[in-house]
Ligand binder design. Sequence first.
Ligand code: ADP
Ligand code: MG
Length: 380
Amino acid sequence: SDSSRPKSTGHGQAKRSTSGDNVKVVVRIRPPNEAEGERFHSVTEAISDHMLVFDPKVQRPMGFLPPNHRDVNRRRFKDLKYAFDYVFGPSSSNKDVFEQTTGSIVKGVLNGYNCSVFAYGATGAGKTHTMLGNSQEPGVIYHTMIDLYKRINEQRDEKCFDVAVSYSEVYNEQVRDLLMPRGNLPIREDKTVGVIIAGLSLHKPKSAEELLHMLHFGNKNRTQHPTDANAESSRSHAVFQVFVNQRQRCSNFNSEVKMAKMCLVDLAGSERATHTTNQGARFREGANINRSLLALGNVINALADNKFKGHIPYRDSKLTRLLKDSLGGNCHTVMIAAVSPSSRSFEDTYNTLRYADRAKHIRADVSRWAGKDLVSLLMF
Ligand code: ADP
Ligand code: MG
């Protein structure tokens, strides 16, 4: 079946194959589930550690027609090859994903740089599996925290650390605490500490088990509603934040505290709201989800075009306001785009790959960045 495809040209030859040092975009293709394995064919395949082929022309079962959408014109799809910083195939583990993604930015956090990690993709593509995981296969958040604590322990003699975590959701353009739910919380911007969610509870888990317990407890509080499109549809963005404060134990700058935070976000399903037939409240939900995802896309595009003189539309949604000081500038950013391998989801997969492809263009430009980030810059 591979004979019609061009041979892999290797990482270097794909157009726009690399992102800036501060940005990583990876794609994870999950294994097919039972329903997909039987009736559908694989349209997305990892052909190397850095490249995938998207080919919706592979033979479909009789009677299967693609949705009628302007972007999904079968004639426009030849084999599409995409290069990313990493492509994880169906046999990859959450540990593998951690090692190639947040593994390299924990160090940055300990050096005072904010960072953000997104799991992007349609409902059912594997976002929550990747970020949160389950007891047999803990997710990227777990591995990141283990790594963070390990590195902190190694530096204990020279520095004092203070680590706290929070878990919130952005739902319907409102921010709620997932660990101590009590109404909507406002987002504020502070000159010294940056963006904060006022009244959000902070926690200091004493062990990895306690952290996992907290995450699963929080996840149960996420707003989820059955819709016509998918009974498990997740309509909220779950935002896990780690705040790291540190100071030298014995130095002339004894009083200086270096602050950094890590935001790990399990985004709401990226499928288009038009897929559901719901009206009223549910319809508004859909519009707001699109608003946050759209705004995130616009922010990423604006950063990607490197038009820092221009306007970065952080204020267009709650999610982007929340991430304002953790996205772009000197912040490390990781996007994990999750896709199904199956022809059943090829439109979602195509849209996700395009979104991820755009995200590769973010370039960091420390010199033109001001505001909160300057605080951490000045501390070096
Ligand atoms: P999303 O959060 O994007 O809606 P989930 O992470 O809940 O999707 O994944 C949908 C289903 O597929 C879940 O049952 C999950 O356990 C399973 N799944 C997703 N990714 C993988 C993977 N890499 N390996 C095994 N199972 C997976
Ligand atoms: Mg989910």
